[in-house]
Design a protein around this ligand. Structure first.
Ligand SMILES: Cc1cc2nc3c(=O)[nH]c(=O)nc-3n(C[C@H](O)[C@H](O)[C@H](O)COP(=O)(O)OP(=O)(O)OC[C@H]3O[C@@H](n4cnc5c(N)ncnc54)[C@H](O)[C@@H]3O)c2cc1C
Length: 532
């Protein structure tokens, strides 16, 4: 006999990888009834992602996970080098400095341990129900919500099989989130398909735990040797990762066998006597994205919406950005304060932002995955010349990705990007702005321009979404927020603005330098923020 159940929720989340876990937390913390399902009976025990950037550090900090001190996360005071087969430097990327939001440019982590932390947070939210070992096998939308059915499954190797007499059931929810990965069932059920950039390369991903961590000349590097392009990076505390490209004519499954991988590791000093191979697996790196990330009542996030080769370490980062940008919107829509347009704007914003990283990663891949000697020699000569030209001003790590058009003033070059963050004092507390002031819509105004303000109706709009206007300035200026190190003052001066409008996901919505500009820019940024 089969047990059949019916559950109702505000939001149902299909797939509990990093994207689904973050969505469960953020919507759970807002108080919604959330059900999250994953087909694996137990959390997936091996890492895919190993690194994240400063924007993700800022997101994790909002969950109480401090990447600067968390035992599952580390960082390295090294740049990221690309070298050729003769060990000449082709490229140097700044992965060591601190971004202007106060977090380091790069962190390294153990994905299973981080996911365990996220699950720990979820377990403190009684309104979030996690269903592990349940596979979604139908998904439909109606005018008022989504309805899916699931069946209980068990794992056999890399597949799931139904549990005989196990639970089957239905979940009805106001909204559905498809965070079910590259082969997303939700995406296919909605009839959506990827745009394919036709970038396909097979690589072997090898995770290692050395008994004693060897001393490397730099923590992270890319070996652009046409005989075997190779990536060497940290894997979080106590671990390291190697990625070896599968050469034309090689069989990926065969190459991935440990007996074929140990000889590739030996030049790096790793042997079965001094280290443990946690896994060696063949992976197809690819570049794909969805044009539209939402249907009427459903949103696709993470790998369900975009795939990129891991050369920039940005796939999971994009998944986190998708969800962080979505959660505050869905909250407003569920409260009836905002309309569906806010979700359409999310899809536009996220698609263009993710596409930037996909194209960037694919371009990196096209440079790295060269196996022709002559082509590699030409590449090396060009890159060495370009590298020498940069030596005068040092390595950079530019952040060029902007959001697609949406809930921000797209006529403003400073907007659509992550905002700065400084150390501040506010209401008797001192620390990073996010921690001590909050994570809402804010209009931050240089204290010397405190007379320049939004209109009354704009203030009401801001209040409706839980936002506030605050002045920022030095001690003694009478400002609401004390700018301890002058971070905001410097940024205002450098960019010739006096007002900064930020969103709950830290992105800049608008900037201005006088009342007229502020009011006009605020209107442009918030056209669809609230329903009349
Ligand atoms: C080798 C490699 C290295 C990488 N390195 C990095 C890196 O360093 N940094 C980075 O940012 N990104 C990296 N990435 C990318 C990153 O791993 C992914 O982008 C990220 O894991 C995607 O998370 P997700 O939650 O969207 O999907 P997933 O992690 O794939 O999770 C999807 C979940 O959905 C579940 N599911 C699927 N179908 C169903 C169904 N029908 N019913 C119920 N559950 C279902 C699955 O069981 C799974 O748990 C790397 C990727 C690879 C392959």
């Amino acid at each position: 006999m089969t047990n059949s159940s019916l559950h109702r929720a505000d939001v149902v989340i299909v797939g509990l990888g990093p994207a689904g876990l973050l969505a469960s937390i953020l919507l759970g913390q807002k108080g919604y009834q959330v059900i999250g399902l994953d087909r694996w009976p137990t959390p997936y025990p091996l890492p895919r992602a190993v690194t994240f950037d400063h924007e993700i550090a800022r997101i994790l900090a909002s969950l109480g996970i401090n990447p600067d001190s968390d035992p599952t996360i580390d960082y390295h005071d090294d740049h990221y080098f690309w070298i050729n087969k003769d060990k000449e430097i082709l490229l140097e990327v700044d992965w060591m400095s601190t971004a202007n939001d106060g977090w380091r440019n790069r962190y390294w982590f153990s994905q299973p341990e981080l996911e365990e932390r996220l699950r720990g947070i979820i377990s403190s939210l009684p309104n979030v129900k996690i269903m592990q070992g349940f596979e979604v096998d139908s998904y439909v939308e109606s005018s008022s919500g989504v309805s899916l059915t699931y069946k209980e499954v068990r794992q056999e190797g890399f597949i799931t099989v139904p549990v005989e007499g196990g639970e089957v059931g239905t979940i009805e929810a106001q909204y559905g989130i498809g965070s079910d990965g590259a082969n997303s069932f939700v995406r296919r059920s909605l009839g959506y398909d990827f745009v394919d950039l036709n970038f396909y390369y097979d690589w072997i991903v090898v995770d290692m735990t050395p008994d004693v961590m060897p001393k490397y000349w730099t923590a992270h590097y890319q070996i652009c040797d046409p005989a075997r392009p190779t990536t060497v990076v940290p894997g979080g505390p106590g671990r390291r990762r190697w990625e070896f490209m599968v050469l034309p004519g090689e069989d990926p499954q065969e190459l991935a066998k440990p007996e074929n991988i140990w000889p590739l590791l030996e030049p790096f000093g790793l042997t079965p006597e001094n280290s443990k191979m946690d896994r060696s697996v063949a992976w197809r790196f690819q570049g794909k994205f969805l044009e539209n990330w939402r249907s009427h009542r459903s949103m696709l996030v993470g790998d369900a919406a975009h795939l990129m080769p891991p050369f920039a370490g940005e796939g999971m980062c994009a998944a986190f950005r998708d969800v962080y940008n979505l959660a505050w919107r869905l909250d407003l829509v569920l409260q009836g304060k905002s309309g569906d347009e806010l979700l359409t704007e999310w899809s536009n914003e996220r698609r263009e932002n993710a596409k930037w990283y996909i194209n960037f990663s694919v371009e990196l891949g096209r440079v790295i995955c060269v196996t022709d000697e002559k082509e590699a020699a030409e590449r090396d000569a060009n890159m060495i010349a370009a590298y020498k030209a940069t030596l005068e001003h040092g390595p950079t790590n530019p952040h060029l990705a902007v959001l697609g058009d949406g809930t921000w003033d797209s006529s403003d070059e400073l907007a659509g990007r992550p905002s700065i963050q400084g150390r501040v004092a506010y209401k008797g507390r001192t620390g990073r702005f996010d921690e001590v002031v909050g994570r809402e819509w804010f209009v931050l105004t240089d204290a010397a321009h405190s007379g320049e303000a939004l209109t009354e109706s704009q203030k009401a709009k801001l209040a409706k979404v839980g936002g506030a206007t605050l002045t920022v300035g030095p001690r003694g200026s009478g400002a609401d927020v004390i700018d301890i190190n002058g971070t905001y003052a410097d940024w205002f001066a450098e960019n010739n603005v006096n007002h900064l409008v930020v969103r709950p996901d830290y992105f800049v919505a608008a900037t201005a330098n006088n009342t007229d500009q502020l009011q006009a820019a605020f209107d442009r940024a918030t056209v669809n923020l609230v329903v009349a």
